[in-house]
Design a protein around this ligand. Structure first.
Ligand SMILES: [Zn+2]
Length: 154
């Protein structure tokens, strides 16, 4: 009987821990995903030329030289930036943005990807999968999301 009581008590504390962990995860990831979803709103970038102008304008605001960034509109990705393995001409990075019914090319997405490039997120990432995911969710992504939506530089 005593064992059953201890088991139930322990089981309840594990359950409480699980519920609290869910609240903490929701409190953290909820706002992060909402702010990322906000990137969908705003004027749609419709042409390659417009994208290049937005990249240049937003890069200037960040104090970046964007001449070394190759831009692609209508990418199959929602939005992505990466370091070019074999640089074409003088381009060092690529910034690609999708422009579909379910994913709009917006200025906030450009700001998001530029912040990743500026902070060096495309240059060096942990090799270990778990560390890479933790680094993404708790360092790289919040830095890009908070800058793109609220212009907070953390
Ligand atoms: Zn990102």
């Amino acid at each position: 009987m005593v064992f059953l009581h201890i088991f139930i008590k322990m089981d309840k504390s594990i359950l409480d821990f699980g519920i609290n962990a869910c609240y903490v995860a929701l409190a953290y990831f909820g706002p992060l995903f909402i702010l990322e979803y906000v990137h969908e709103f705003g004027k749609r970038i419709k042409s390659q030329e417009e994208l290049e102008n937005v990249v240049s304008e937003e890069g200037t605001k960040l104090g970046m030289n964007t001449d070394n960034i190759q831009t692609v509109l209508n990418s199959r990705y929602t939005a992505i930036c990466y370091r070019l393995e074999e640089p074409k001409s003088d381009k060092e990075y690529a910034l690609e943005i999708g422009n579909r019914l379910d994913s709009r090319a917006t200025r906030m997405k450009v700001k998001h990807e530029l912040r990743h490039i500026q902070k060096g997120h495309c240059d060096k990432q942990p090799k270990n999968y778990l560390l890479e995911r933790l680094d993404y969710f708790f360092r790289r992504e919040p830095q890009a999301v908070l800058y793109a939506t609220l212009e907070l530089k953390i």
